[in-house]
Design a protein around this ligand. Structure first.
Ligand code: A3D
Length: 298
C-alpha cells in the first residue's frame, strides 16, 4: 500500500510520520520547496528502528514519483495570514489545488483522495471536479477533527459522555453544525463547547502566531487512512459529496459516513431536529458561495 502526501508542511509531514511510525503504509512525501520533502523523509525514516517499522518513505519534488499511489492526501496550500481575506485564501489555494488535481489525475487516476487544504469543503469539491475521480473516493478531512475537538471540550465539564452521541456536521468553518444525542450534557455546556470548537483553530493560531494546528489534524487524517487501508467500515464525519441527502445536492459538506476500502461506502442520514436542519442549510449556503466564487464548471 502506497500513500502519497502532497505538501510536506506541518500537517503533511506529521501525517507521514504517524503513518511510518505505525508501519501502516509506504509513503511518498512531495513538496514544491526543493529539498524539503527529501529532508523530512530522511528524518522520519530514521525513527523506523525505534518503532520497529519496515514501511518505506521517500521525499519527492516531481509528481511522477506519486505514480501508483493507492491513496493521495492533499495538504498543500496556505494557511490564512494576518491581513489576508478569506477570499484571497480561496483564490490562492484553489490555484494550488487545480494544479495538484491535474497531476493526480495524470499519475493516480484511480486513487482515493483525502483533502485537507482549506477552505476544506470547497477544495474537496474542486478536487473531485478536476480529477474526475468517483465522488465516493474524494473525501474531505474535517469532521473527524471537529468532532474530536467538540468531545474533548465537552469532557472538560462532563467526564463520562458517550463519544458516539456527538457529531460535528456542516462546513469546516463558522457555520459548523454541532449535534448531540445525549441527555447527559446540559444546554449550557453544549453551547459553550460548540462555540469553543468553532473557534479552536483560531485560538491555536493566536498562540502559535505563525502556522496553525497540525497535531490533531494529522491524527484525524491518520484515523481516516487506517479506516481505508484496513477496510474498517468505520462511522465517522467527513466532507462528502451529496446527491440529495440532507436535501442538498452537488456540494461537499460534513456528514456522517461509513469509511472503508472503497472510500465512502455510505452516507449516514441521521434525523436532524428542525434547528439543526436550518443550521445545516445555512452551512451549505455558505459553502456554495465559495464554490461559486471559484467558478469552475458545475
Ligand atoms: P504548511 O505548514 O504551510 O504546509 C503547506 C505546504 O504545502 C508547504 O510546505 C508548501 O511548500 C506546500 N505547497 C504549496 N504549494 C504546493 C504545491 N503546488 N505542491 C506541493 N506542495 C505545495 O501548512 P499546514 O501543513 O499547516 O496546512 C496545510 C493546509 O491544510 C492549509 O490549507 C491549512 O489551512 C489546512 N488545514 C486544514 C485542516 C482541516 O481540519 C481541514 C487542519 C489543519 C490544516
Amino acid at each position: 500500500m502506497k500513500v502519497a502526501i502532497i505538501g510536506a508542511g506541518n500537517v503533511g509531514a506529521m501525517v507521514a510520520s504517524r503513518v511510518i511510525d505505525a508501519d501502516l503504509a509506504d509513503v511518498v512525501l512531495l513538496d514544491v520547496v526543493p529539498g524539503l520533502a527529501k529532508g523530512k523523509a530522511l528524518d522520519i525514516s530514521d525513527a523506523r528502528p525505534i518503532f520497529d517499522s519496515s514501511a518505506n518513505i521517500t521525499g519527492a519534488e516531481d509528481f511522477k514519483d506519486i505514480k501508483g499511489s493507492n491513496i493521495v492526501v492533499i495538504t498543500a496550500g496556505l494557511a490564512r495570514k494576518p491581513g489576508m481575506s478569506r477570499d484571497d485564501l480561496l483564490k490562492k489555494n484553489s490555484d494550488i489545488i487545480k494544479e495538484i488535481s491535474s497531476q493526480v489525475k495524470k499519475y493516480c487516476p484511480s486513487s482515493i483522495i483525502i483533502v485537507v487544504t482549506n477552505p476544506l469543503d470547497v477544495m474537496s469539491y474542486l478536487v473531485m471536479k478536476i480529477t474526475g475521480i468517483d465522488h465516493k473516493k474524494v473525501i474531505g478531512m474535517a469532521g473527524v477533527l471537529d468532532t474530536a475537538r467538540f468531545i474533548n471540550i465537552l469532557r472538560e465539564k462532563n467526564k463520562d459522555i458517550d463519544d458516539d452521541k456527538f457529531l460535528m456536521m456542516g462546513s469546516h468553518g463558522d457555520t459548523m453544525v454541532p449535534v448531540s444525542r445525549s441527555e447527559k450534557v446540559s444546554k449550557e455546556d453544549f453551547t459553550r463547547a460548540s462555540e469553543l470548537t468553532r473557534n479552536r483553530g483560531a485560538e491555536i493560531v493566536r498562540y502559535l502566531e505563525t502556522g496553525s494546528a497540525y497535531f490533531a489534524p494529522s491524527a484525524s487524517v491518520f484515523f481516516m487512512l487506517k479506516a481505508i487501508i484496513k477496510d474498517e467500515k468505520k462511522p465517522l464525519c467527513a466532507s462528502a459529496y451529496l446527491r440529495g441527502q440532507y436535501n442538498e445536492k452537488d456540494i461537499y459538506i460534513g456528514v456522517p459516513v461509513i469509511l472503508g476500502a472503497q472510500g465512502i461506502e455510505r452516507i449516514i442520514e441521521t434525523a436532524l431536529a428542525e434547528e439543526e436542519k436550518q443550521a445545516f442549510k445555512e452551512s451549505a449556503r455558505q459553502i456554495r458561495e465559495g464554490i461559486d466564487k471559484i467558478a469552475e464548471p458545475r
